[in-house]
Design a protein. Structure first.
Length: 253
C-alpha cells in the first residue's frame, strides 16, 4: 500500500489542479480558488508523507520534485501575489494551475515513486543543496508567470491599467532576484558538500557548467540594454528564461 501512496498523491493533484484550471478558464473563480487550495493541500500531504517515510526533505527525482515545486509555487501564488486587482490575481491563479498541469503531464510517463535513499542524504549540505534548488525552481517559475501575465495584460482593457502592469512587472523582477538569492545559497551549500567530499570546493563538470548558466540568464534579464528594456514583453521573455531552463535541467536529470 505504501508504494501506491505517491501515485495516489499524483492522481489527486492532477484531478484537483486540472479541474481548477478549467473552472478558472470559465470564470468560476470561487470554485477554481477552492480546488486550487485543495490541490496545494494535496501537495503538502505529499511532502509530509515523503518526510515521514523517507526521513528527509524532498531532494531529487522528478516525482518528489514536482510535488514540492508545485507546493511552493501554489503557496506563493496564494499568499504572496503582487497587490493587484482581483482580475489580475485570477489570471495569475489560472496560469499557475496551468503550469502545474503541464508539469504533471510531463511526469505522466515517469516512475511514480520517490527517489531511492542514498547514503549522502544524511549530510546537511546535500539536503540544503538539493532542497534549496527546488525552492529556487518554484521562485523562478513564479517570476516567469508574474512577468508574463503583466507583460501580456493590455492596459485599458478587461479591468487592467498601467499601474497593475507595472506592479506585476516589478513583482516578477523581485521574485526573480529572490530566486537567484536562494539558488546562490544552494550552490554555496553544494560547494561545501564538494569540499567535504572531494577536498575541493569546485569540481568543473557539465553539471557545474549548466548551473552557472542560471546566473548568466538572471544577469542578462536584470541588465537589458535600453533598446530592449523599453518593451515589457521583451523583459518578460528574458525573465522567463531562468524558470524555463531550470525546469529543463530538472527533467533532463
Amino acid at each position: 500500500m505504501n508504494a501506491q501512496i505517491p501515485f495516489l498523491i499524483y492522481c489527486s493533484m492532477a484531478g484537483l489542479f486540472s479541474t481548477a484550471f478549467v473552472l478558472g478558464l470559465f470564470k468560476q473563480t470561487r470554485w477554481s480558488r477552492g480546488l486550487g487550495l485543495a490541490g496545494t493541500v494535496a501537495c503538502g500531504a505529499g511532502v509530509v508523507w515523503l518526510m515521514a517515510t523517507e526521513k528527509r526533505l524532498p531532494l531529487y527525482g522528478s516525482l518528489e520534485a514536482i510535488i514540492y515545486v508545485s507546493f511552493v509555487l501554489t503557496l506563493v501564488q496564494h499568499f504572496a501575489s503582487p497587490p493587484v486587482q482581483a482580475k489580475s490575481r485570477n489570471r495569475l491563479r489560472v496560469v499557475t494551475h496551468g503550469v502545474v498541469c503541464l508539469l504533471l503531464v510531463v511526469q505522466a510517463g515517469r516512475p511514480m515513486a520517490f527517489n531511492a535513499d542514498f547514503f549522502m542524504y544524511d549530510n546537511l549540505w546535500v539536503n540544503l543543496f538539493f532542497n534549496l534548488r527546488l525552492n529556487a525552481v518554484a521562485l523562478f517559475v513564479w517570476a516567469a508567470i508574474v512577468s508574463m501575465v503583466g507583460a501580456w495584460s493590455q492596459p485599458g482593457r478587461a479591468g487592467f491599467d498601467r499601474e497593475t502592469r507595472d506592479r506585476l512587472m516589478y513583482g516578477g523582477r523581485n521574485f526573480l532576484l529572490t530566486g537567484i538569492a536562494v539558488y546562490l545559497v544552494s550552490e554555496w551549500s553544494g560547494s561545501l558538500w564538494c569540499l567535504n567530499w572531494f577536498g575541493d570546493s569546485w569540481q568543473w563538470s557539465r553539471g557545474f557548467f549548466k548551473a552557472g548558466i542560471i546566473f548568466l540568464l538572471v544577469m542578462v534579464a536584470s541588465h537589458l540594454p535600453k533598446s530592449l528594456a523599453g518593451s515589457d514583453r521583451v523583459k518578460a521573455l528574458f525573465a522567463a528564461c531562468p524558470g524555463g531552463y531550470i525546469l529543463f535541467m530538472l527533467f533532463q536529470h
